[in-house]
Design a protein around this ligand. Structure first.
Ligand SMILES: [Zn+2]
Ligand SMILES: [Zn+2]
Length: 277
């Protein structure tokens, strides 16, 4: 079975293991392709992104590892970019400058008139607090802002991989809205249509499930089925932050995709290619 993962983190950003430890774990688990995707630097104080001063070291280390293990695994260099309107829109330019193999782009911070709403991380309280501070507690307004930022990112950046596209659900846990409410479904379907138009590869991210932060993948099963129906391209990533997470739920997720109507998944080997499930 072909095993791959193009979304991973290391000690260069908020991961727990070095790039080399991640690569060795991927080799040990029989993976054929593995991509490094540090959180890109962002122009404000934070504890998750690659520091700007470390960019060269990161790029050089990925290059060294590619060469060192070339007869065991194909390694790739990328970054997971945060798309934030007016703050970090120059993703294409930076990816070219760093000579990255592909681009993952995701949203962890939602832009508002009152600052950035942080929807990721392990704490529900910061989600709740941000919802009040940035959107006066208006969940519809907040979720609409999240998906409109997503759509802008797809249209303007056209990333190769769209990361965890329904992440906004993570800390909701059915408290503010239910995911089968028509207004929510309409927003999701609009983004899915846009992915189709732009030929974006939608990531099916296993992390929420294996970390116990979500009871389904990102995106959740009804959207995985909608992606199949609309024939949007998908890939599987584990968004690993530790060496033992490099292929977590990869096999289970492949089977699930098949059950949901997907015929193939996409992997990268100098270009993006489909492989039958
Ligand atoms: Zn992410
Ligand atoms: Zn990530």
């Amino acid at each position: 079975m072909l095993k791959f993962n193009y979304h991973s983190h290391s000690t260069f950003c908020d991961g727990k293991n070095t790039l080399e430890e991640m690569a060795l774990s991927a080799i040990e688990r029989g993976m054929q392709y593995f991509g490094f995707s540090a959180h890109s630097p962002v122009p404000f104080k934070n504890d998750f992104g690659l520091p700007t001063s470390e960019i060269d070291n990161y790029l050089n280390e990925t290059k060294r590892l590619k060469k060192k293990y070339e007869d065991k695994i194909k390694l790739f260099t990328s970054m997971e970019f945060d798309y934030i309107p007016k703050i970090s829109e120059d993703i294409r330019e930076r990816a070219e400058k760093y000579n990255l193999d592909y681009i993952i782009s995701s949203i962890h911070l939602v832009s508002s008139e009152n600052g950035l709403w942080f929807i990721d991380g392990s704490k529900q309280e910061s989600y709740d607090k941000g919802l009040i501070e940035c959107f006066g507690g208006d969940i519809k307004k907040a979720v609409k802002a999240f998906y409109s930022q997503t759509n802008e990112m797809i249209s303007k950046i056209n990333p190769n991989i769209l990361g965890h596209f329904d992440k906004v659900k993570m800390h909701n846990k059915d408290r503010y809205f239910k995911e089968d409410e028509p207004w929510y479904r309409d927003l999701v379907m609009e983004s899915i249509d846009l992915m189709k138009q732009n030929n974006t590869i939608c990531e099916i991210n296993t992390r929420g499930l294996y970390k116990g932060r979500s009871n389904d993948y990102f995106p959740q099963t009804p959207w995985i089925k909608a992606l199949a129906q609309k024939q949007v391209r998908v890939t599987i990533s584990t968004d690993c932050h530790k060496a033992d997470e490099v292929d977590k739920l990869f096999v289970e997720c492949s089977n699930h995709l098949k059950d949901c109507g997907h015929k193939d998944i996409w992997y990268f080997d100098e270009s993006w290619k489909p492989i039958a499930l």
